[in-house]
Design a protein around this ligand. Structure first.
Ligand code: G6P
Length: 625
């Protein structure tokens, strides 16, 4: 994880670096640091804990003078979060400073090698080996030193490098970790992602793996490993600064919950036309995709592809996995193609059986999750066609998958995903209907009903958001508990998994989810007087079954909050509270119902005084295994 930033321009660097780090803090917040270059001197400040400590330590950055610098916000992997392990790291000689996002897998070998050469290490980090190695290889030619250093590294990295020999300039290089170059007027930036510098520019370059980037106030030059100059096309993002700001909401998470109607409209906008889904997008409609983005939005299945398609794999982590589970149920039922779903961290090591007849769908909001990237590469290696469902434009998964369908949710800043998740669910459902229609496995009537309901989702969600008082009240009543059980069947099970994750990750209430039918195989022994059970029973087909499970827990003393739809009946007699969703198909209601669970989790966390946007120990983009 971690976030990095770099600046070269005509303004003081430190305040700008701190400002950029504010927007990267979601990537890690154990400690932070900045280093600024001034007349051949590197001055550096680091602070354990939240970025505000670094603000205080440096007087908002005023303590460091210089117009070129690098900064970092850390999610600790190697070595506890403390001042010494914080980035930037300096080489022993003091001639280089480095910030790093990623993991150097062979750092112990390198460390040993350098110790033999007389180098002394201050920190426990893998990053310090990089800066010492640079120092070791530096014989007056920084290019040569960077080249030799990265040739020796295994693992992933996005690096920002300052050298006392190179005034007004810094270097950057990446492999398998995100890095963007922001092109400004009289100033240029690097950052782990776009929102960090969106205030200053909308023009970006995405460097390729192992490109060596040289940044000054007036130039960005890129070289490949052979030291040949290379051109990487810039592109312009259409996000505005407000999209990445809190906009009056107390937390990004609440803002993003409320942005869902608009986000879903963007997701569907270019794809849903009455009773037809078009996924081909510009990519297939107009020939070559924009080379700067590598994989432009679009997915197409030809007659031949359809004949050959024998299995779909869905792979993701966290909430994206939960979205994938809804996708699995939906695609299997509408397309009659077997769908396997895997956590990326399991898939990559389980020797999966797939080939050119399979379609592998990897889902990732960030497009940078290390396990999901590895799983994507494994699927490609085995010959499968790959499709990324991704939010961040130009991210690694978007670039590496054969095709990409962007969720177009806009920047998501809160660590706990909300609009990222519901837009993923929607893309998966559009994908299912696209395939089903082509395969002829869905009736025109059913197809039209689903599409009308999906098209109506933004308004349905507006309704839920407009009636959030009930969820606020429930949160006020139950925020003091220390555990909650979520149960559901079918798609409601997938929904419950997400509901439990939302609650536990931001409120630290121990929330666990069980398939309702599994309760009797062990979990029910945990139910006692006043245990809180949140029963998701929005699906009509399995409603009676879940109702029976609700009766079982109620008779053992549980307090039940049930999520149902308007046309169900009987739950109000058993559950203490009933949250009612509009009458919709079993398959389309979970996306709307997720919003109610997000709001409940949010308000419980708010009542408990939790740091909602940055829950402890978490980070938004998990770029380590
Ligand atoms: C982290 C985030 C989750 C997210 C998961 C997968 O754990 O906190 O919200 O679902 O990573 O991230 P991705 O970017 O691949 O969807």
């Amino acid at each position: 994880m971690c976030g990095i930033i770099g600046y070269a321009g005509d303004k003081q660097a430190a305040p700008l670096l701190l400002e950029g780090l504010t927007n990267l803090e979601y990537r890690g917040y154990d400690s932070s640091g900045i280093a600024v270059l001034n007349d051949g001197d590197i001055s550096m400040k680091k602070a354990k804990g939240r970025l505000k400590n670094l603000f205080e330590l440096t007087g908002g950055g005023n303590a460091l003078k210089g117009t070129t610098g690098i900064g970092h916000t850390r999610w600790a992997t190697h070595g506890e979060p403390n001042d010494v392990n914080s980035h930037p790291h300096l080489s022993g000689s003091g001639q280089f400073a480095v910030v790093h996002n990623g993991i150097i897998e062979n750092y112990l070998d390198i460390r040993e090698f350098l110790i033999q050469k007389g180098y002394k290490f201050r920190s426990q980090t893998d990053t310090e080996t990089v800066v010492q190695l640079l120092d070791y290889y530096y014989k007056g030619d920084i290019f040569e030193a960077i080249g030799k250093t990265i040739n020796k590294l295994t693992g992933s990295y996005a690096l920002g490098i300052l050298s006392v020999h190179e005034n007004g300039k810094f270097y950057a290089v990446r492999k398998d970790s995100p890095l963007v170059i922001g092109l400004g007027e009289g100033e240029n930036f690097i950052a782990s992602d776009i929102p960090a510098v969106l205030k200053h520019t909308r023009r970006f370059i995405l460097p390729e793996d192992k490109d060596v980037v040289v940044v000054t106030s007036s130039s960005v030059d890129i070289f490949d490993m052979n030291r040949e100059s290379v051109t990487r096309e810039p592109y312009t993002v259409d996000w505005d600064i407000e999209a990445a700001a809190k906009d009056g909401y107390p937390h990004y998470m609440l803002k993003e919950i409320f942005e869902q109607p608009k986000a879903l409209e963007q997701t569907m906008g270019t794809r849903l036309f009455g009773d037809t889904v078009r996924l081909e997008g510009e990519k297939y409609a107009k020939g070559e995709p924009n080379p700067a983005l590598k994989a432009k939005d679009g997915f197409r299945l030809t007659e031949r592809d359809l004949e050959n398609l024998n299995k779909i794999f869905i792979i993701a982590c966290g909430s994206s996995y939960h979205a994938g589970m809804i996708g699995k149920y939906f695609i299997e039922s509408t397309c009659r193609v077997p769908v396997e779903i895997d956590l990326a961290s399991e898939f990559r090591y389980r020797r999966p059986i797939l080939d050119k007849h399979s379609l592998t769908v990897v889902i990732s909001q960030s497009g940078e999750t290390a396990d999901t990237i590895a799983a994507l590469r494994e699927a490609k290696r085995l010959g499968s066609r790959t499709l990324g469902i991704v939010n961040v434009i130009g991210s690694t998964i978007a670039r590496e998958a054969d095709d990409v369908l962007y969720t177009f949710a806009g920047p998501e800043m809160a660590v706990a995903t909300t609009k990222g998740y519901t837009t993923q669910v929607t893309v998966l459902q559009l994908l299912g209907l696209y395939i089903a229609e082509k395969k002829g496995t869905i009736s025109a009537e059913k197809n039209a009903r689903y599409l009308a309901e999906i098209a109506a989702l933004p308004d349905v969600i507006r309704g839920i958001l407009g009636n959030q008082t009930q969820l606020q009240q429930l949160a006020s009543e139950y925020f003091g508990g220390d555990k909650a059980f979520f149960i559901g069947r079918g798609m409601d099970y997938a929904l419950s998994l997400e509901g439990a994750l939302k609650l536990k990750e931001i409120s630290y209430v121990h929330a666990e989810c069980y398939a309702a039918g599994e309760l009797k195989h062990g979990t029910i022994s945990l139910i006692e007087e006043n245990s809180l059970v949140i029963a998701c029973a929005t699906g009509s087909e399995l409603f009676d079954k879940t109702l029976s499970n609700v009766k079982e827990v109620v008779s053992r003393g549980a307090t039940v909050i049930a999520l149902v739809t308007k046309n169900s009946s009987g739950m109000e007699k058993e559950a203490k509270h009933v949250i009612t969703m509009p009458a919709m198909s079993d398959e389309t209601v979970p996306c709307a119902a997720a919003v109610a669970l997000q709001l409940f989790a949010y308000y419980v966390a708010a009542q408990r005084g939790c740091d909602i946007d940055k829950p402890r120990n978490l980070a938004k983009a998990v770029t380590v295994e």
